[in-house]
Write a new protein. Structure first.
Length: 289
């Protein structure tokens, strides 16, 4: 296939802006121990990076909303909420999205069809979860909802307490509807290899702080929680070329396959199909209801 210099340049520019934006904004959330001059410099870099990037990628994820394994019957209602990872940005086909992968895995495990509905929106922060819920039909009730959110909170320097509060509100609304909830905590932004050190380490610190707070809050609010940094992160570290999509920021088809496989045990546990979950998973502290 002929080499297209314009495509290479566009990809390189986009990767550079994403890397700078993620790193600089994450630094803004993690530089409490630095001197005043260093903090001011890094905050200026973060502001500049956000102006350059604008909306994350501006792409649309494949539409995976359908009934999977329809012939099985007795469908499970599966809802996906959150950001671009929950929406499946980076996948080429519907079956490769996080929702599609989870739907297929859930159908195989339960031998029931799965009706997938995706409320997740690319670029969303935790504050947008309630709006995603409000956009659903009033009569809609999911059996289980999967939430993945947090990366945009880190890059936009949203205080951890604010992010967690919005997550708790979404979990409470879902539980009021009788929906079991599984939260995939914020991925480790330190896995983004285009981000230089020491900014990558600071981004990792900020995202892990948010993930830990999400884990604690989700479990206390009655949700199952899965640490994506622990359960999926090692695969992205050892096989970045296969696990990341072409933008080097979102998961590839294989990345979503691994993520769905890692989250499925808690989805099954939330539905009462399984009792045991592996390392990196935590069961809710509150009883179902």
């Amino acid at each position: 296939m002929p080499h297209d210099p314009s495509t290479t340049h566009a990809r390189s520019t986009r990767n550079r802006l994403v890397a700078v934006g993620v790193a600089a904004a994450a630094v803004g959330a993690a530089t409490g121990g630095l001197g005043i001059g260093a903090r001011e410099l890094l905050h200026r870099q973060a502001d500049h990076a956000r102006r350059l990037i604008g909306k994350p990628l501006g792409e649309v994820a494949p539409d995976a909303d359908r009934t999977w394994k329809k012939s099985y019957g007795d469908p499970v209602q599966l809802l996906l909420l959150g950001d671009s990872i929950a929406a499946g940005l980076g996948a080429d086909r519907p079956k490769e999205t996080l929702g599609g992968r989870l739907a297929k895995g859930l159908a195989r495990a339960t031998h029931r069809s799965v009706r997938l509905r995706t409320g997740a929106v690319v670029g969303s922060e935790s504050s947008m979860l309630t709006a995603q819920l409000a956009g659903l039909p009033a009569s809609y009730r999911a059996d289980v909802a999967v939430i993945v959110v947090g990366g945009n909170d880190v890059t936009h320097r949203v205080p951890v307490a604010d992010s967690v509060k919005h997550l708790e509100e979404a979990i409470a609304l879902l539980r009021e509807r009788g929906t079991a909830v599984v939260v995939g905590t914020c991925p480790d932004l330190g896995l983004l290899r285009p981000v230089p050190q020491p900014l990558r380490a600071l981004g990792s610190r900020a995202s892990r702080q948010l993930a830990a707070a999400q884990m604690t809050a989700a479990v206390a609010a009655g949700a199952h929680a899965v640490s994506l940094a622990h359960c999926v992160g090692p695969f992205f570290i050892t096989n970045p070329d296969e696990m990341f999509s072409l933008d080097r920021f979102h998961p590839s088809a294989l990345g979503y396959k691994r993520t769905a496989k890692a989250m499925l045990p808690s989805v099954l546990a939330a539905l009462g199909v399984a009792e045991q979950v592996p390392f990196g998973h935590r069961a809710p502290a509150l009883p179902p209801g």
